[in-house]
Design a protein around this ligand. Structure first.
Ligand code: TV1
Ligand code: CA
Ligand code: ZN
Length: 396
């Protein structure tokens, strides 16, 4: 397609795409919501649109032990490398009474090739970060990354290795300040925790917040980093707690409003954007009303800031919707979004999996009836106000 329409790689603007087809061969278990196969579907749609002609494509390598232990505890990584997979399925809640490093429960099962899966995800995000550091990419994309819940010495919420933290540590070698933005429907707790005590990383997560009923239960509006004013990390964690049913219009306005103010005060040298697609309408776990348009407007907005940008995947549990969003966001990165046909190309492998043949389905096409919107304008205004007040403590 790109060939026919003469919209090949523009000189002077580089997007790199970091991906390893080995990743999707791994399985968390039959009924587990995390399906690495969504990466195959995404890659196949990106290719069907001919977008690979407009980017530098890299087959990501596996991260080394030394790279993984740049953040993670070595006894945890050792354990990950040696634990034997359990017989599948093990899909009932925590059948294993003794979860070493929180491994082997239903959320973070021990599956065949687990260590390989983790190091490939980490390797792709590290490669992406290094391309940005070397000024060889303006935007680097790693859809296999974005595993924001992993802790230093613990697996959590489908995440084992925190590829985002590893990538940001690379960016910090070159940039004085890095801004982390997280549009996954879940709170980016692992990344927030890793950089809790530094003023060199500001974390901003937008998420559904319902501490008793929605994972991980953290990320209240008032949680803005260490409570001690002597800790440099104070005021450097921004949380945007939301309720079910938020619309494109509300989300986009909130995002642009908050990120504009954050950029003004924090003045980052680079941006790391986690694009979890479970914030889309029709997700198996998420209950927002976001369309691909609203979700991807966040990517478009970040691109316009003209800072080195690394883009990760993350959650996303309805594979056809994940593939649509991440394909459209790839198009935004390379500047093709207004030139590609919205009809899914006829030769796309697994085209029937998309059910509806458009890249940009309406809320009616996805859900029939939208979910009830439980976000009042009053609450959203309050959020912006609180964030603005926090930012008064940030910057020179
Ligand atoms: C096996 C089989 C595991 C079916 C897990 C949904 C399953 C979930 C399953 C599930 C599920 C969660 C918790 C409960 C804490 C547990 C990639 C007290 C239908 C970034 C991680 C969500 C989200 C974890 C990851 C959450 C990400 N929700 N079916 N598990 N325990 N865990 O609530 O942010 O998207 O749901
Ligand atoms: Ca989030
Ligand atoms: Zn999520």
């Amino acid at each position: 397609f790109a060939h026919e329409h003469g919209i090949n790689k523009p000189k002077g603007y580089n997007v790199s795409f970091h991906y390893n087809p080995e990743m999707e061969k791994h399985h968390f278990g039959m009924t587990h919501p995390m399906k690495p196969w969504r990466l195959t579907l995404t890659k196949s749609l990106v290719s069907a649109y001919g977008m690979n002609f407009a980017m530098d494509n890299y087959t990501a390598r596996a991260a080394t032990y030394e790279e993984l232990t740049a953040y993670h505890a070595s006894d945890y990584v050792d354990h990950l490398a040696t634990v034997a997979p359990q017989p599948q399925p093990l899909d009932m809640e925590n059948l294993n009474p003794d979860l070493k490093f929180n491994l082997g429960g239903s959320d973070c099962p021990l599956f065949e090739g687990l260590y390989n899966y983790c190091s490939l995800s980490g390797g792709a995000s590290l490669d992406a970060a290094r391309k940005l550091c070397a000024n060889q990419s303006d935007i680097a994309i790693a859809w296999g990354g974005g595993l924001h819940h992993a802790k230093k010495a613990e697996a959590s919420g489908f995440c084992y290795i925190n590829d985002i933290v590893l990538a940001i540590l690379q960016l910090l070698r070159v940039h004085a300040r890095v801004l982390y933005i997280d549009i996954d429907v879940h709170h980016g707790d692992g990344v927030e925790e890793a950089f809790f005590s530094t003023d060199r990383v500001m974390t901003v997560s937008f998420h559904k917040y319902d501490p008793l009923n929605f994972f991980p239960g953290t990320g209240a509006l008032e949680d803005n980093g260490p409570k001690s004013e002597h800790n440099p990390g104070a005021h450097h964690a921004i949380n945007v707690p939301l309720n079910d049913g938020i619309t494109d219009e509300q989300y986009t306005s909130l995002f642009e409003n908050i990120i504009t103010k954050v950029i003004e005060k924090f003045r980052p040298g680079a941006i790391a954007l986690q694009c979890g697609a479970d914030s889309l309408a029709g997700d198996r776990l998420g209950k927002f009303n976001l369309l691909v348009q609203g979700h991807s407007s966040c990517v478009e907005f970040c691109k316009k800031l003209n800072l080195p940008l690394i883009i990760f995947g993350g959650g996303g549990y309805t594979p056809k919707n994940v593939a649509r969003a991440w394909t459209y966001e790839t198009a935004i990165a390379i500047g093709h979004q207004h030139h590609i046909p919205t009809q899914i190309p006829i030769h796309t492998p697994w085209r029937d999996r998309f059910k509806i043949d458009t890249l940009l389905p309406t809320i009616q096409q996805i859900l029939g009836e939208p979910r009830q919107n439980r976000n009042t304008q009053k609450k959203l205004t309050e959020i912006v106000q609180h964030v603005t007040e926090q930012l008064r403590f940030v910057g020179a």
